[in-house]
Design a protein around this ligand. Sequence first.
Ligand code: PBG
Ligand code: ZN
Length: 327
Amino acid sequence: MFARFRRKRINPILREMLQETHLRVDDMIYPLFARRGTGIKKEIVSMPGVYQMSIDEIVKECVELKKLGLYSVILFGIPDIKDSIGSDALCEHGIIADTIRAVKNAHPDMFVVTDLCFCEYTDHGHCGVLDPVLHTVNNDITLDNLGLQAVIHARSGADMIAPSGMMDGMITAIRGALDAAGFDNLPIMSYSSKFASAYYGPFRDVAESAPSFGDRRSYQMNPANRREAIMESLEDEKEGADILMVKPALAYLDIIRDIKERSDLPLACYNVSGEYAMLKAAAKAGVIDYDRVMMETLLAFKRAGADIIITYHAKEAAEILNNRAKI
Ligand code: PBG
Ligand code: ZN
């Protein structure tokens, strides 16, 4: 009588059949970082396996991704020139617009998501236009610019827009701008509950987007706030977001579950740079079985309620899933 649970775990075939949550290659979006030049593939010290790449290298990388069954990427741009408003992001020939066109030209079958924000493009590193009085980002001027940036991504061929700046009203503004330009079929995946997290550290090295003064706490959320995170995501749903997101993922599994239970929209999570870097560092130190910890972590996001996982582990995880290795 004490075998009630264990008798279902003894036979490996039955055990497999009873697995409640599954990770699939199709669930993952792989981040790519584009910069100018040719033949450039520069590894990031804190993120082994993650590179800044020139556009030609990104096009080549997509060939490798497709071989693994990975058909969706999220693009970030590192412009040559940054200025106070992030003009490169508002230009038809900016780094991200050029990258989208190159990728879609060479790989029409790839699904290209674009991160919509200004922190990689501004000389001060904040996510929008600065307000001289507030000394932080001016919400409403930034909304106008986000609309312009979204239309540039759309015209360049993006398949989905992912605004990450945590401005109030950003989904209304971006949806309005896209619809007015005739892109009413383009989905928006909102970084709807995004926290002011120290886990973004390595990303800011790769995207060269650390703020030159202050921090992002006047627009990103306080990590202590659960109710506010739910309100933020529900607000974006009301404004017309097609997919919601929780970011970071690993330290915010409760928030993933909370939002999954309160919204019927699909939910993404962003397994961020610091989470990836921690596993890499622990593996290098010889203290964990990297593959198993990685797969357990990714599965936890699905169990918590995520439908989509944006992750730097996508290639490594796809390799394991494709080989159907049981680990
Ligand atoms: C841009 C943006 C950031 C990340 C994704 N989009 C950085 C930030 O908000 O500082 C972080 C991703 C990561 O850490 O992997 N706003
Ligand atoms: Zn930003």
